[in-house]
Design a protein around this ligand. Structure first.
Ligand code: OAD
Length: 274
């Protein structure tokens, strides 16, 4: 018989107790925290990789191939992602994490998400391991710039407008990135694709946070993608208590002192005061 308590109030009290007895708590999030904001996760039924095989859509070589032979598929993929990113609003999970940082209960949030929802919700110490879709980065000098929402809306509109040719996609891509304000170099979306390295500063900071944490909350991630998936293991080896919030078990579940088997937005709405 499953002895897991089903009453969310049980977990609320346990998590409150853990937070109050910690002084260096950190949240580590993945796509699941934004699922209730309308952004699909990657893996599992209905996930992005169900519709768009990652061997083609998630790495530079695959995208280049698509661009050459199926530019309209590439346009449909970008349009699909941009539409969901632009529609999404923070949910109770993003809001409570931001509130806990403001109240001094957590030090930072490390996220694999590129959707900007933690910052939109008010989190300040946000370490984005896989970049941010609302930012561009110079391929020459690395300078980063946040883009106005209108720029993304305009791009989404153009992507939706007409069947895309290689030429129109290329023009759209260059217009989107524009030129670097520091060195004039070409800019690309500041997101990490498979096979690319993580931003060094964010990764160094995340490693330090995981090593120093006394409570490490792993929320809405399958913990399958490395090196990010190392962080809960590093935190556990450094004696942090691990809390997992995810309706499905993951490879991290066996490390968890507390496993909370609920959707994150629904669970955090029990704390949400706004
Ligand atoms: P995944 O799609 O691999 O996993 C999402 C996790 O969220 C699963 O474990 C689900 O059970 C869980 N989940 C779904 N809905 C949830 C909800 N409402 N509340 C809480 N949990 C929920 O996403 P990530 O682990 O974030 O990388 O994937 C990691 C990386 O793989 C991504 O950052 C991306 C992808 O390839 C890059 O783009 C480099």
């Amino acid at each position: 018989m499953d002895s897991t308590p089903r009453d969310p109030a049980f977990y609320v009290e346990r998590l409150k107790g853990l937070l109050q007895s910690s002084s260096r708590a950190v949240a580590f999030t993945g796509a699941g925290v934004s699922e209730e904001s309308g952004i699909p996760t990657f893996r599992g039924k209905g996930g992005l990789w169900d519709r768009y095989p990652p061997s083609l859509y998630a790495n530079p070589a695959g995208l280049m191939l698509l661009f050459l032979v199926r530019p309209s598929w590439m346009a449909a993929f970008f349009s699909d992602i941009l539409d969901s990113l632009l529609r999404a609003k923070p949910n109770p999970c993003h809001r409570v994490i931001a509130q806990w940082e403001e109240e001094g209960f957590i030090k930072a949030v490390i996220t694999q998400n590129v959707d900007d929802l933690h910052s939109t919700a008010g989190s300040v110490n946000v370490y984005e391991l896989h970049g941010n879709a609302f930012r561009v980065r110079c391929v020459r000098c690395g300078d980063r710039e946040k883009l106005a929402r209108e720029r993304l809306l305009e791009t989404a509109k153009k992507l939706n407008e007409a069947p895309q040719s290689r030429r129109s996609l290329l023009r759209l891509f260059f217009d989107f990135g524009g030129s670097c304000r520091a060195c004039g170099g070409r800019r690309r979306p500041d997101v990490v694709l498979f096979g690319e390295g993580l931003p060094q500063e964010e990764w160094d900071r995340a490693l330090r946070l995981a090593t120093e944490a006394d409570l490490f909350m792993v929320i809405g991630t399958s913990s399958l993608v490395y090196p990010a998936a190392l962080l809960p293991r590093i935190a556990a080896e450094s004696d942090a208590r691990i809390v997992e919030i995810n309706p499905e078990p993951t490879p991290v579940s066996s490390l968890a002192a507390l496993r909370i088997p609920f959707p994150a937005g629904k669970f955090f709405s029990l704390f949400d005061v706004s």
